[in-house]
Design a protein around this ligand. Sequence first.
Ligand code: ADP
Ligand code: MG
Ligand code: ZN
Length: 487
Amino acid sequence: MKYEIVIGLEVHAELNTKSKMFCSCKNESDNKIPNINICPICSGHPGTLPVANKEAIEKTIKVGLALGCQIPDYSKFDRKNYFYPDLPKAYQISQQENPFCLGGSLNVDGRDIKITRIHLEEDAGKLLHSIDADHSLVDFNRSGVPLMELVTEPDIKSPKEAARFAQELRLILKYLNVSNVDLEKGEMRVDANISLSSAPEKLDGTRVEIKNLNSFKSIEKALEYEVKRQQELLDSGGVVVQETRGWDDNKQITVGQRSKEQSHDYRYFPDPDLPPIYIKDSGIDLLKIKSSIVELPQQRRDRFKEEYNLFEKEIEFLVNDKELGDYYEKVVSELRNWIKETELTLSVDDAMLKLSRLSANYLLTDFQALRNLNEFPIDPENFAEFICLLYKDKISSKVAKEVLKEMFNTGGDPTQIIKEKGLTEIDDESEIELIIENVIKENDKAVKDYKNGKEASFKFLVGGIMAKTKGRANPKVIEKILKEKLI
Ligand code: ADP
Ligand code: MG
Ligand code: ZN
């Protein structure tokens, strides 16, 4: 392709504050009952006065500090004027010239994407269109919910990178606990701007804005579609019109909606009801906010790579699922305690490498399969004990499945469960021998087949023994004795 792809994103995220942006209504926009979290302020009655929500400002600044933005001492709110039925005041309180955060960057897969600004505004209500299309309803529960908007420089070079940027930003907002960032609920929405320029850094193409993308896949697909559409237009001697387009997910195409409005169309002016904010005098403590910033996803990736013996895929899983990653670390730290009190044939470091691997294995497979959304009914100490039992071959993987299931149901201690359920390992070799002899007697054909060189028959016999012992005998002991008996 003879064009350079130029992409810039505008990402909206609803902040998870207790109350709304300018009133004390509950910030709970997805309440099933419409118009229940509303008051005269957020439904635009005359004579009401907005008061800015400090928690929302602090959360916005927290994001800015985490992304290396500057926090100007002076900021203010502006009115952005337009009419729409979901906007009862006929203006949205937003920030134009003096946002809370300027500059900064976000590293995506090794490349720094520059950030222009992060500002704070209020969300609008929601229109519900009736099926018969002859009327619409409006729900103001979302009206006035704090909405953070992050704008990037036109720095992104491919549809894939745009989607990755949005993913990484979502993860960061989650780690910072400033938003619940559920895209399906519209808690994070992306507008993507794209143009094709004739050479790198030239920015001489006309840009199109695709509004309201609500999945990572649609970000990538919509931008890919636009690249192709604009390229074909330009190649055939046409021009790209500056406009706002929408993404039709069913047809997988973008559709022209309206010509792009300029910012002067909105008649921005400072909101006279809200005093400007001087951070120094506002009671907002930048140092305190800074110190509340936790380890971010990229730092966690790097640290996990260094500390644990894990595959890249496993690390990515544990980084993307922050709760699971936190839990994993608690388990590993319990294991470290346990090691100190145990006689080991390996060095502590080598044993730790094995144990941290084994824990990840179980967390990402059996544990994950049992876990229903964010629930961790098992105490990390108990889970660590479970891993130790496996490590010391005290339970087979078959018994392990049963024990783990029971641990999920009762939250109980694995050793206790094994005792109560009669899953204790059979360590008496003569008892195992007896069972093996029986299985050999009952399976003449398999024994013959094995002796004639059919390896699969050996596995079959082991399976029979496992079934008889309900998985309670050590597989290594079974194999050893069975081999001796079959000579
Ligand atoms: P507006 O005020 O009209 O929304 P901005 O200048 O604030 O426009 O830019 C909005 C978004 O458009 C930003 O994310 C920016 O990176 C992006 N953008 C600006 N110029 C271009 C361009 N030539 N091609 C693609 N995206 C662009
Ligand atoms: Mg904009
Ligand atoms: Zn209200």
